[in-house]
Design a binder for this molecule. Structure first.
Ligand SMILES: [Zn+2]
Length: 122
């Protein structure tokens, strides 16, 4: 079954693949297989070479920035990722686990594994 990222549903683009990517990055980090974010980006972009992305375009820089930010700023663990995947499975993804309000798409895009909205995260 194909999921089209352009689908006009009010949702961040493909949270599942963002979570997969984040999980892969964390697993590699935890396993000591990489020593820098550049290596992570290389590893994650290798998997997607059949994509239409321009390898010299902004995509790689953007990915690097995103992954660096995700690991560096959020400190997400595998447990966080798995919890987020479970919420996605249950249809509760994007809802704050503390107050039950919707988490903004901007926040989900920046922090795909976050369980809480901005107010509750403070
Ligand atoms: Zn909240």
């Amino acid at each position: 079954m194909m999921h089209h990222p352009m689908a006009s549903h009010f949702e961040p683009p493909d949270p599942r693949s963002r979570l997969d990517e984040l999980r892969a990055a964390i697993v590699r980090c935890a396993a000591g297989l990489v020593s820098s974010f550049d290596d992570i980006v290389e590893a994650t972009t290798d998997v997607a070479t059949d994509d239409e992305h321009d390898p010299e375009g902004h995509t790689i820089a953007w990915e690097r920035q995103q992954i660096a930010a995700l690991i560096d700023e959020t400190g997400f663990t595998l447990a966080d990722i798995e919890a987020a995947e479970q919420r996605l499975h249950d249809g509760r993804y994007g809802t704050c686990t503390t107050c039950g309000l919707e988490i903004t798409p901007e926040r989900l895009e920046a922090l795909p594994a976050t369980p809480t909205c901005l107010s509750c995260a403070r």
